[in-house]
Design a protein around this ligand. Structure first.
Ligand code: NAP
Length: 487
């Protein structure tokens, strides 16, 4: 573990009701650095019952937090955000150590994560009700928007800070309290956020973090507890479906940010320089481990060869290594299982006729490092056309015309992010409208920002995070009919 300027940011216990608690029987699990395989911390392993106690703590804190003014809450959240930015370097070090992404990317994620706290602190002041013109004299029709209550949240390892703040910030700003279970690979960032929330003066029980290596038990507690009124999950579609089913028993409001299978379409009329830049950003951020990574790169016949040539040069130049080292652009994959999956998808594709042009093997560094890879002549019959690769593999598909591209792009159960490059304005509109995705980048390879609604359609999810829409799911609408007013 690299030395932190502020070593007390490295927390190993759960943060519940404003206190640091060990798990029952002091159960712990190891968090390791994917670049070295070495254990960096032994963290409290909460079970279902301990999670229920955290839910009770969040419930106890709810009335006082909900009854504060939005401005009061915003001031505390602003202090939290400022502390996060003041400790940006340490948080980035923690993130690289437990998640593996290069330090510059980790530092960027800290700022990105903090931006949601800033954004939603302000949005909390603008949760507006309505006065609807009445249907009868002497009556008034009002609509209140109120905090929904206790929020349960489960987050993945690929964005250990941003996936937490995208949920916690709108929850807190709306007047809700929250219990978060971070992924077992990356609990240290979430616990550091809790330490900073504590220092910022966020009251006890408002923000709780329960690390656990017993996802099913914690998930069951969160999804079935009657005092949790809203459940929000970021992770795979398979797990999201299961948790959504579990939420049915207590009819919770559910938000899901699930898997993707992003098409990245390059038309003949594209600016090739821009398309190459865009695809490198979209494909290789976080070593290809993002839900909005370009999974299928669809290139039109006329420019296919030139595009492949240039992309091959760029991929061959990517510097792989420990994210803490200078100049590293690609870190390790998160686990051995992730490497196995990438290998399986590559073998399936080459068996069916695809051609590896760059990389294609485990990296000489060993462990979970994999060579940045370009594979050509991938077709819809290959498994990587349907599955998230979640690794540093650029898969090139060929298409004939616009209709062909749209058909290929939409031929998936996922609908999170899509990208295309074209200089034709009419096509920009036509293709944007035709793509069955929640987000579309036109001549842009990076979409994420706190002021835009992030989320998917089809089996990529329900709800949106970020923007003014991102706070709506944490409120309930209440219709109040006020009678007896007189003429
Ligand atoms: P995952 O396997 O679904 O895990 C996500 C979280 O769910 C982890 O904390 C995991 O804990 C937990 N979990 C697993 N099984 C559970 C159960 N039965 N009950 C309760 N919790 C359970 O996904 P992942 O592989 O970590 O993350 C990558 C996936 O997330 C990809 O599909 C990616 O596209 C998606 N993702 C989506 C977005 C988005 O905004 N749409 C953003 C980032 C990632 P354990 O690890 O202990 O099982």
């Amino acid at each position: 573990m690299p030395q932190l300027n502020d070593p007390s940011l490295l927390r190993r216990d759960a943060y519940v009701g404003g206190q640091w608690l060990s798990a029952p029987a002091d159960a712990r699990f190891a968090v390791s650095d994917p670049a070295t395989g070495k254990t960096i911390a032994e963290v409290a392993d909460f079970d279902g019952e301990a999670t229920e106690r955290a839910i009770e703590a969040a419930h106890a804190a709810l009335p006082a937090w909900r009854d504060r003014t939005a401005k009061d809450r915003a001031n505390l959240m602003r202090a939290w955000r400022d502390l996060i930015m003041a400790h940006q370097d340490d948080l980035a070090l923690l993130m690289t150590a437990e998640q593996g992404k290069p330090l510059a990317e980790a530092s960027g994620e800290v700022a990105y994560g903090a931006s949601f706290i800033e954004w939603f602190a302000e949005e909390g002041k603008r949760i507006l009700g309505e006065v609807i013109p009445t249907h009868a004299p002497g009556k008034r029709v009002l609509v209140f928007r109120q905090a929904i209550g206790v929020v349960g949240a489960i987050t993945p390892w690929n964005f250990p800070i941003a996936t937490v703040t995208r949920k916690a910030a709108p929850a807190l700003a709306a007047g809700c309290t929250a219990v978060i279970k971070p992924a077992p690979e990356t609990p240290l960032c979430a616990l550091a956020l809790a330490e900073l929330a504590h220092r910022a003066g966020i009251p006890a029980g408002v923000f709780n973090v329960v690390p656990s290596n017993r996802a099913a038990a914690v998930g069951e507690a969160m999804t079935t507890h009657p005092k949790v009124r809203k459940f929000t999950f970021t992770g795979s579609t398979a797990v999201g479906k299961l948790l959504m089913q579990q939420c049915a028993s207590t009819v919770k409001k559910v938000s899901l940010e699930l898997g993707g299978n992003a098409p990245f379409i390059v038309f003949d009329d594209a600016d090739l320089d821009a398309a190459i830049e865009g695809v490198m950003l979209s494909k290789f951020r976080n070593t290809g481990q993002t839900c909005i990574c370009a999974n299928r790169i669809l290139v039109q016949d006329g420019i296919y060869d030139a595009f492949a040539e240039r992309l091959a040069e760029r991929i061959a130049d990517l510097n792989v290594g420990n994210g803490l080292d200078d100049g590293v652009m690609q870190g390790p994959l998160i686990t051995g299982a992730a490497v196995d999956k990438v290998e399986r998808l590559l073998t399936d594709a080459t068996d069916k006729g695809a051609r590896v042009r760059v990389g294609g093997q485990r990296h000489a560094l060993g462990g979970t490092f994999f060579q940045p890879t370009l594979i050509e002549d991938v077709t819809a019959e290959m498994a990587m056309a349907d599955e998230e690769i979640f690794g540093p593999v650029a898969a090139l598909f060929r298409f004939r015309d616009e209709a062909d591209a749209i058909q290929l792009a939409n031929a998936t159960e996922y609908g999170l992010a899509a990208y295309f490059y074209s200089r034709d304005l009419g096509r920009a509109f036509r293709v944007s409208e035709a793509l069955e995705y929640g987000m579309v980048g036109v001549n842009e390879g990076l979409l994420s920002t706190e002021n835009a609604p992030f989320g998917g359609v089809k089996q990529s999810g329900i709800g949106r995070e970020g923007s003014h829409h991102g706070i709506e799911d944490f409120t309930e609408m209440k219709y109040v009919l006020l009678g007896g007013i007189g003429a």
